[in-house]
Design a protein around this ligand. Structure first.
Ligand code: TEU
Ligand code: CA
Length: 552
């Protein structure tokens, strides 16, 4: 019987490059994470998910792996990894590694061999296709990072497929030797003490080998839910996850509540949880040519509908991965809230509705102190996705102006999450003695772990209370979910029920006072948690007010 520790856990994501530098080179590293284990243990989290620290040329900040078995020297040594795993376990926490099984770096030895010829042992480790008769790419698929998903290799006189940068060739999962090679890597890290996996774009590993064009050129509808996806994921499960009892959360961008049970129903033995993108697109104009850079005002009615759908559809059939932030997502309070006048209230309001649901909550580094988006100049950003998309949408297609693109980057760009962790108000925020690899958000002088810890309204202290509730109160793990006020634009309210009690979880996601519309009329209740530290709740709630009540 597999353990289900992750159902009672809160998981903290670390982007190692930006977390803590220990050797004065301006880059976060493994020893730096070790130094911060007491902080993480004190916060109360149960497991640490590390973004990739394997050998990588860093085209995509480590999601382009050139050797799955080696720790990149920029993060430290193999012994540093052993020590981090041992220390983390000694403190009662688990280690989850990020695994990129859909593609490797083009610097991987496998690809260096594969690109040489059509008849070597690695020729079919990747996805090679002949040019069209006119010499053009095999079809019109687009890369997530802009341009075509195909790059020509003269040595083979063929194109190879890359859903991301041209330096990230997609692996050929049809090839059983590729699958076996991936399983060997995962077994190796299991032997090193790793407890679980975050599986990067795992829903992309199966491709349609007819390679049909997409309805619109240079788009990426083809990237997920291929014909053999469930077969391959089940195969991975049987060879590694179930066999070695390892927790898994798969990144499943195109998943929705209706099809998610096919990925996370435990009887199917595929994945334990998935990260969907569905709820994170409520501020994106649907179907716009400019994709994630075409913004709209966040639609909270849609947010509530989607998240409630996942709660209801997975209840008793699977488990939710609950998140608003990660290394690809901007800071939620800058994106959907007011990160200045109501920064504390916003941060705690979004945290309350997320951690009150059924599933495993994920906290992204800095989210627990309400870190915000910086407003850098275009040249200050470094994300390969942003640079590639700027080239495609602003310079080539000319479907969005440079100014509008930069405004979108300020709101939703991935770099917003990658500014160095703000530990204190000292030089470089206590992140490094050297100039950090990526610019700090200048507000670190007043927004940092140390200052928040001593604040009367501390975001991290509120997170500690939420995490404690998740550990102590089974209703949050096992209770049923009932959405309230589905058509209200500002109030996100729901009930959790179990045999003994009912909890009401509510957040006002607006800057205006809102009427509770009789939600609490003649109800007896006990305040479990309130971000305004209320002992009683009136008929109105304040801007970004949130609370959890036990209804009697
Ligand atoms: O992300 C997949 C992915 O689709 C996102 O990068 C997406 O482009 C972004 O969320 C904006 O919509 C995974 C990793 O999380 C990401 O960091 C990598 O760049 C990508 O895969 C390639 O490995
Ligand atoms: Ca370092």
């Amino acid at each position: 019987m597999r353990s289900e520790w992750w159902k009672s856990a809160v998981i903290y994501q670390i982007y190692p490059k930006s977390f803590q530098d220990s050797n004065g080179d301006g880059i976060g590293d493994l020893q730096g994470i070790r130094q911060r284990l007491p902080y993480l243990q004190n916060l109360g989290v149960d497991a640490l998910w590390l973004s990739p620290v394997y050998q990588s040329p860093q085209i995509d900040n480590g999601y382009d792996i050139s050797d799955y078995y080696q720790i990149d020297p920029m993060f430290g040594t193999s012994e540093d990894m052993n020590a981090l795993i041992a220390d983390t376990h000694a403190r009662g926490m688990k280690i989850i590694m990020d695994f990129v099984a859909n593609h490797t770096s083009d610097q991987y030895s496998w690809f260096q061999e594969s690109r040489k010829s059509l008849d070597n042992p690695y020729s079919d480790f990747y996805i090679w296709r002949d040019p069209r008769p006119d010499g053009s790419a095999p079809n019109n698929w687009g890369s997530s990072f802009g341009g075509s998903a195909w790059t020509y290799e003269p040595a083979r006189q063929q194109y190879y497929l890359h859903y991301y940068a041209k330096e990230q060739p997609d692996l050929n999962w049809e090839n059983p030797r590729v699958r076996d090679a991936i399983y060997e890597v995962m077994k190796y890290w299991k032997s090193r003490g790793v407890d679980g996996w975050r599986l990067d774009v795992i829903t992309s590993i199966s491709k349609d080998w007819c390679f049909p064009d997409n309805p619109r050129p240079l788009t990426k509808e083809n990237q997920h839910n291929g014909p053999r996806m469930h077969e391959f994921i089940h195969d991975l499960n049987q060879h590694v996850l179930t066999l070695y009892d390892m927790m898994s959360v798969g990144e499943a961008p195109a998943s929705n509540a209706a099809d998610a049970p096919l990925l996370v129903d435990p009887t199917r033995e595929e994945l334990d949880m998935v990260f969907t993108f569905q709820h994170m697109h409520i501020d994106r104009k649907p179907g716009d040519l400019n994709g994630r850079w075409a913004l709209q005002k966040p639609d909270f009615i849609e947010l509530k509908r989607i998240m409630a759908d996942w709660q209801i559809q997975l209840s008793g059939r699977g488990w939710n991965a609950l998140y608003f932030e990660n290394h690809d997502r901007a800071r939620v309070i800058s994106r959907w809230g007011n990160d200045s006048k109501y920064r504390y209230e916003c941060a705690t309001a979004f945290a309350t509705i997320l951690h009150g649901m059924q599933g495993t909550p994920y906290v992204y580094q800095g989210e627990e102190i309400g870190m915000t988006n910086p407003q850098f100049a275009l040249a200050d950003y470094e994300d390969v996705e942003m640079i590639g998309n700027y080239h495609q949408f602003v310079e080539q297609q000319k479907t969005i102006s440079s100014a509008d693109f930069l405004a979108a980057v300020h709101k939703v760009g991935r770099d917003n999450a990658r500014t160095p962790m703000q530990w204190d108000g000292s030089h470089n925020a206590g992140f490094s003695d050297a100039t950090p690899w990526f610019k700090l958000n200048p507000n670190y002088t007043v927004l940092n772990v140390a200052r928040d810890a001593n604040a009367e309204k501390s975001v991290a202290h509120y997170y500690q209370q939420l995490i404690r509730l998740r550990h102590d109160e089974s209703i949050l793990r096992d209770g049923s979910f009932e959405l309230l006020l589905p058509q209200d634009k500002a109030l996100f309210a729901y009930k959790r029920h179990d045999d003994e009690k009912t909890w009401l979880v509510l957040a006002n996601l607006s800057e205006k006072w809102q009427n509770l519309q009789g939600l609490l009329a003649d109800a007896d209740y006990r305040v479990i948690l309130s971000n305004y530290q209320r002992e009683t709740i009136g008929q109105q709630v304040a801007p970004y007010e949130s609370f959890i009540l036990e209804l009697s």
